[in-house]
Design a protein around this ligand. Sequence first.
Ligand code: SF4
Length: 187
Amino acid sequence: MPLGNLAVNEDWILECIRDLGVDGLSAIRTSQLRFDSRFRKYCAQNLCGNYNRSWTCPPNSPSVESIATEIVGHPDAVVFKVSGPLRFTVDWMSMMRVADRLGGICASITDKLIPTLRKGAVFGYGPCKYCKTCAFGSDEPCRFPDKRIHSLECACVDVADISRQSGLPLEHDPDRISFFGLLVYEL
Ligand code: SF4
């Protein structure tokens, strides 16, 4: 990541995120994002097994309205995606490998890129992966409340719509999976 570059602008931010090894990215405006609070019902169904298991997953996450307000309080955004192969349709291990790679990229953006911006926040997939193990499981408060990373799903952002608008295919084929992340920022 070319930190130290004084010319912090959209191109530089795109370059920084590209350097982290994403498999596609695109600049968008937060005014383009669509929110649908009905997505929260899928969290409550706990199909992913993460409901009430981290400080960032419902019911412990902020309200949809408060996350949406935070997101649109930043004018600009970069959507990025990480993808990887599956050995069969429900290849959970490979899916988690891709999700963990996205989690590492989101943590790098939190630690290295966001401090260079006037303000910013990053969103990923699934529970926050900033720490190796979330403090929630030990009944302790979040260790880094300013750095915790919520998912786009918990924020009720319509990821399929982002995919359409940005031209980045959202893959969930029998042999490939992709997850999206989002940096929102103000220079
Ligand atoms: S920063 Fe650490 S303790 Fe806090 S939500 Fe993320 S993983 Fe959990």
